[in-house]
Design a protein around this ligand. Structure first.
Ligand code: HEC
Length: 456
């Protein structure tokens, strides 16, 4: 129960008396008496009870600003939440999270709610403390022995304050006596002690000294070095018996920890049975020749160009019986139908990334690397072939695919860098590059041709 604490000087005739208290034995009597006190016109009075008294609130009807304080707190909390979220996410640094707008009201609701509740709770808590006149170490009523003992145990006390306008020491006491209390007492003012209790200063000094221990320990730890690992009471799975890659494993004959997959293991999704698409080979003849291992390319890196004497005739290339695919695989044709020029552009982009450095943007064999190597007169340098070379143009697409995949003589393979679809895209683009060298007017769409002729 809130208690009104006199701030002004007592107006009572006797300044030494701070109030009169009446002690009651049961709640029924108190409710009755409280009603009488109220009816008598007293305003500065209070009821002290060791337990909640049902019905006393209705009688006392103390006006309080607490709900208003809380309402203000709620508004401040809500406004802070909205402004904070809008200013940070929506205004100062707009950032899209989960496809929402930078400041989306529905998404801001959790914070709005939380902050509203938080600030309201704080306002309510501190309002109660302050409105109750707390913190307060001393209350004159506590000087009264009966009050101290009774109210903290099983008695209920009505106290009328001497600052009340109607207060008169004798009349008020008589009035209270008429309410049939078990006792009535006048409470005298006792000067509030000004000195701190003995030992307080000593305890404070000791506490202050003690408080310096944690910072000192932290500073010490931060400025000293230890060469043993710190104590690790909860080990979780930090130290487990296990083998790390590249470490010796005595269990196996070759002592390697990393094991190769069992021969013939194929990772999920890597079963590339379509030899046309993945190998650039003619499916039918591959199936026929599958038992004859010699069908594969005649040793791609077997015929090196003699570097010392470039003028010498190259050794005769072994006969190539590889069953190269002559046409594009159906997947590539489908892709061309669906994507059209996009697929060719993809090929162009990949060609410019992977091939143009050596072969040049037009495939003429004059890429930057080639030019620089020629400039430096590198003896081991083999000039990249022009893709418009008479030996290259008529090649079946399957052969080009295998050249890109596995490399040829001095040219490295790109199997690991370029996925099959892109390798095919590069070939499509190469074909259009080759065609462009020998194109005629009839290759140009009629509308485009007209435009070209008009600009001529
Ligand atoms: C590091 C430089 C370099 C790069 C990059 C390069 N090539 Fe080559 N390429 C060569 C050289 C060198 C030769 C000629 C090899 C020889 O004759 O020994 C060659 C030859 C070729 C040939 C002719 C093969 C034959 O049958 O004679 C083709 C086709 C070809 N490259 C296509 C490509 C494609 C497509 C790319 C891009 C994926 C590419 N190259 C990337 C250096 C390169």
């Amino acid at each position: 129960m809130a208690h009104d604490h006199p701030k002004a000087k007592p107006v009572s005739t006797d300044p030494a008396c701070v109030g009169v208290i009446a002690e009651f034995q049961n709640s029924h009597d108190v409710l009755h008496a409280a009603q009488r006190v109220k009816d008598a016109g007293y305003t500065k009075w209070d009821v002290y009870s060791p337990f909640p008294l049902h019905g006393i609130d209705d009688i006392m009807q103390r006006p309080t600003v607490l709900p208003w304080n809380c309402a203000v707190g709620a508004c401040v909390g809500l406004a802070t939440a909205i402004i904070l979220q809008w200013a940070t996410n929506g205004f100062d640094y707009p950032i899209i999270v989960s496809g929402k707008e930078p400041f989306a009201f529905p998404a801001s609701m959790p914070i709005n709610f939380e902050l509203t509740v938080l600030i309201t709770a704080f306002t309510c808590f501190f309002s109660v403390i302050l409105l109750s006149g707390l913190p307060r170490l001393y209350n004159p009523l506590l000087q009264n022995e009966r009050f101290r003992q009774g109210v903290t145990d099983d008695k209920i006390v009505i106290a009328i304050d001497s600052t009340d306008a109607k207060f008169s020491r004798s009349k008020t006491a008589d009035f209270l006596r008429s309410l049939h209390p078990s006792s009535v007492d006048e409470v005298m003012a006792v000067p509030e002690p000004t000195a701190l209790p003995s030992g307080f200063a000593l305890a404070a000094i000791l506490l202050a000294l003690f408080a310096t221990v944690p910072p000192i320990l932290i500073i010490r730890k931060r400025n000293t070095f230890v060469d043993v690992p710190r104590i690790h009471p909860v080990q979780d799975m930090d130290f487990q018996p296990k083998f790390k890659p590249q470490k010796v494993n005595e269990f196996f004959a070759d002592k390697r920890t990393i094991r190769n997959p069992v021969t013939g293991t194929i990772a999920r999704g890597d079963l590339e049975t379509d030899v046309h698409y993945f190998e650039g080979l003619d499916s039918a003849s591959t199936v026929a020749a599958i038992k004859n291992a010699s069908f594969l390319d005649p040793a791609p890196n077997a015929a090196p160009v003699a570097p010392a004497n470039p003028a010498a005739p190259a050794p005769a290339a072994p006969v190539d019986n590889t069953p190269y695919a002559k046409d594009f695989p159906p997947q590539v044709i489908d892709k061309l139908k669906v994507d059209g020029i996009k697929f060719v552009k993809r090929g162009q982009e990949r060609f410019n990334i992977y091939c143009a450095a050596c072969h040049g943007l037009e495939g003429a064999g004059d890429g930057l690397v080639a030019r620089r190597a020629t400039e430096l007169e590198q003896p081991t340098w083999v000039k990249p072939l022009s893709i418009h070379d008479d030996g290259v143009v008529p090649q079946p697409v399957g052969k080009v695919f295998r050249t890109i995949s596995h490399g040829i003589r001095k040219m490295p393979g790109y199997e690991s860098q370029i996925m099959p679809e892109d390798r095919w895209a590069i070939i499509v683009y190469m074909k259009s590059l080759q065609r462009s060298r020998n194109a005629s007017a009839s290759d140009v769409p009629a509308a485009e041709l007209e435009k070209l002729q008009a600009t001529k």
